[in-house]
Design a protein around this ligand. Structure first.
Ligand SMILES: Cc1ncc(COP(=O)(O)O)c(C=O)c1O
Length: 408
């Protein structure tokens, strides 16, 4: 098919048309989609982790419809109830002192917000990030992203000797290696504004950090006066069974919390919404005019996110999300597949690593699609599942048997 969009994606040969409602339990969202030729697929992509309730959850639709009839747009200079409700719902879940939130539309936009906040709150000018990290595609967030092919020719980081539109004050440590973090603090300490980390690296191939590493980052940041930034865009909003992957991996000890947390993807239930949450004291540094967004915090998006968060609680979805990884690991143990090297992640953020040279998982996206299951592949070696939270053993069994057939 001739694509009228920019050719920035490697397109899958598939035109999606609609969610499928034939076998959806009452009060749940759909787990399946249909293409324009009438083929039905189990959807483990979900807009890359944007549909925690599944497609078209009835209460989510009702909340959006209701708000659409009332008020859709409002400039950021005005208060609206949905915007204050969303900030309140987030403050109840992200346990930062006197939490205050910037509301945006996409992940990369809230990475930028975190970056600006860190600069202002610390008065410093360098950010430390990690190898294999993904934080977004706009220039600041892109500089924080590891993949050089994504960054060229737009941004270069400290120590990279090449021509680029912008040279950014970003330094990179090794994920999981506190010595490499300590060494960069030795070198740049008084200039480091923030250390930003994905508690589970998503695009890289679903790599959860150890508790020891995250606690060590907290200690090093506190010792050197840097802020600790927690990118929960992919891992947050309940996907691991707690609201933040940080809480799943570290626990909810207030002394071990990050300073800035940012969310997108699942937080809107499928509507584009993103949020950057910090303490009241840090938020004070974002003075008038220091940031803004025309659509950020619009009442419709906020109503969608408020509904998403409340439905997650009312429908008891977080424990269901938590159960997914152990359920799949049990299925894999009962019916082992020699080409699967690892089944890892946390809750409903799952990576299935395939053994083999080169990019052994690369053909599996298309192969599983032909067999009726949609997945994405990360870094060429890992099949990624980002299912709605209520997906359970039946869907995981279907995915496992489809994977085995696709490998055969
Ligand atoms: C950890 C993380 N940060 C940032 C982003 C960027 O989000 P968006 O594509 O909404 O800009 C992503 C997207 O995959 C992500 O997984």
């Amino acid at each position: 098919m001739h694509d009228l969009r920019w050719p920035t994606y490697a397109p899958r040969n598939l035109m999606l048309e609609s969610a499928v409602f034939d076998d959806v339990a009452p009060g749940r969202g759909s787990l399946r989609v249909r293409d324009t030729e009438g083929n039905v697929y189990l959807d483990a992509v979900n807009g890359i982790g944007c549909l925690p309730l599944g497609h078209a959850h009835p209460k989510w639709i009702a909340a959006i419809e209701q708000q659409m009839r009332k008020l859709v747009g409002a400039a950021g200079t005005f208060f609206t109830a949905p915007q204050q409700q969303l900030a309140g719902e987030l403050a109840a879940r992200v346990k930062l002192k006197d939490a205050r939130t910037f509301i945006g539309n996409t992940g990369t936009e809230v990475t930028e917000a975190a970056l600006k906040l860190a600069m202002r709150a610390s008065g410093r000018d360098i950010v430390m990030v990690f190898e294999r990290a993904f934080h977004g595609r706009t220039l600041g967030a892109l500089a924080m992203t590891a993949n050089a092919a994504y960054r060229q020719p737009y941004v270069a980081c400290i120590g990279e000797d090449r021509t680029a539109f912008a040279t950014m004050n970003v330094v990179r440590a090794r994920f999981g290696d506190l010595d490499s973090v300590a060494a960069l603090f030795e070198q740049y300490g008084p200039r480091i504004a923030m250390v930003a980390v994905e508690p589970i690296q998503g695009e890289a191939g679903i790599y959860p950090a150890s508790r020891e590493f995250l606690v060590g980052l907290r200690e090093l940041c506190s010792r050197h006066g840097a802020l600790l930034g927690d990118d929960e865009i992919q891992s947050g909003s309940g996907r691991t069974g707690k609201f933040l992957a940080w809480d799943t991996l570290v626990g909810d000890d207030p002394s071990l919390q990050p300073d800035i947390v940012w969310l997108a993807k699942a937080v809107g239930g499928g509507f584009p919404v993103a949020a950057c949450v910090t303490t009241g004291a840090h938020a004070e540094h974002m003075i008038k005019g220091s940031h803004g967004s025309t659509f950020g915090g619009n009442p419709l998006a906020c109503a969608a996110a408020v509904a998403t968060l409340r439905i997650m609680d009312e429908d008891g979805l977080l424990p269901l999300a938590a159960a997914q990884l152990p359920a799949l690991q049990a299925i894999a143990a009962e019916d082992p597949e020699p080409r699967v090297k690892d089944v890892r992640g946390s809750g409903a953020m799952i990576g299935i690593e395939i053994t083999g040279d080169g990019q052994p998982a690369a053909p599996l996206g298309d192969a599983m699609q032909r067999l009726g299951v949609l997945v994405t592949v990360c870094s060429g070696h890992t099949v990624r599942l980002l299912l709605p939270y209520h997906a359970g053993a039946n869907e995981l069994r279907q995915i496992w048997s489809t994977l085995r057939r696709a490998l055969a």
